[in-house]
Design a binder for this molecule. Structure first.
Ligand code: NAD
Length: 270
């Protein structure tokens, strides 16, 4: 990995769910780009500490912090601790998410509430705390032209319905409207809020979909680019959205999906 250590120089970031998968890659790329990073984790303390060690070994700044993003008190404590350590925050990457899949009629209220609680309410709680700090501090022109940046991890399932995953698709559809509404409200304060909608990316969350050559071949039927995405594909998009290079981008969703949302079923005349 090579990245400009000046792009995000002096900026402070929180990445939620950063002990694995996409969140881990984003944390590493933000650090490579010069940002100090709070590595939020839910239960994988060892993995989070390893990422911190790697970043520090590379002359970066990071620390690990445990919090369940669906719990208001824990989110508030995480932001307090981060502000104490870093002084302020410039970038929030709302990445933590999970799936609790079930046929619709068998879906329990607990499965529904857990997914909405982490994927949607968790993003609300973190975005609110970040926005408070952005508003308090305002723009520091020597650091960034924005008072703050929020990047919400959505999914192609914010637009593609997903049978057997109603709770998950609903949470991602909700993220889209939440993101746009926050962006509309906070744009006058020079706060930028955008989403990334990944397609199929190789991470623990969807291992069963690409684990064997047969599974991968089946998955590739849904991807015009004919490759499953890698976490770096998402991390690079996140760095761009966090940087001033995307200064005029606000309230939008960047689909990073190899064309999965291009109705691949119509490729050969439908
Ligand atoms: P992952 O399972 O590796 O990452 C999810 C992370 O969220 C894990 O580190 C997990 O510990 C953390 N997490 C779960 N519940 C939490 C909680 N209550 N509080 C704090 N952290 C919590 O999978 P991933 O693919 O890297 O997923 C990251 C994000 O990307 C998710 O929001 C997911 O919906 C989204 N996404 C992934 C794909 C894909 O193909 N992998 C596609 C579209 C969207």
């Amino acid at each position: 990995m090579s990245y400009s250590p000046y792009l995000l120089k002096g900026q402070k970031a929180i990445v939620t769910g950063a002990s694995s998968g996409i969140g881990e890659a984003i944390a590493r790329y933000l650090a490579l780009s010069g940002a100090a990073v709070a590595i939020n984790y839910h239960s994988e303390a060892e993995e989070a500490e390893k990422i911190v060690d790697d970043i520090r070994a590379n002359n970066g700044e990071a620390f690990a912090i445990q919090a369940d993003v669906s719990k208001e008190d824990q989110v508030k404590a995480m932001f307090q601790q981060t502000l104490q350590n870093f002084g302020t925050i410039d970038i929030l990457v709302n990445n933590a998410g999970l799936q609790k899949d079930s046929p619709f009629v068998d879906m329990t209220l607990d499965q529904w509430n857990t997914v909405i609680g982490v994927n949607l309410t968790g993003q609300f709680l973190c975005a609110r705390e970040a926005a408070k700090e952005f508003l308090r501090r305002g723009v520091q022109p020597q650091i960034s032209s924005a008072a703050g940046k929020i990047i919400c991890m959505s999914s192609v399932h914010q637009v593609i319905p997903w049978a057997g995953h109603v709770n998950y698709a609903t949470s991602k559809g909700g993220i889209d409207m939440m993101m746009q509404s926050i962006a509309q409200e906070l744009a006058p304060h020079k706060i930028r809020v955008n989403s990334i909608a990944p397609g199929a990316i190789k991470t623990p969350i969807n291992k069963s979909a690409w684990d064997t050559p047969q599974d991968e071949a089946k998955l590739l039927q849904l991807i015009p680019a004919k490759r499953v995405g890698e976490v770096e594909d998402i991390a690079k998009a996140a760095v761009w959205l966090a940087s001033d290079d995307s200064d005029y981008v606000n309230g939008t969703t960047l689909f990073v999906d190899g064309g999965m949302t291009l109705y691949p079923g119509f490729t050969n005349n439908g």
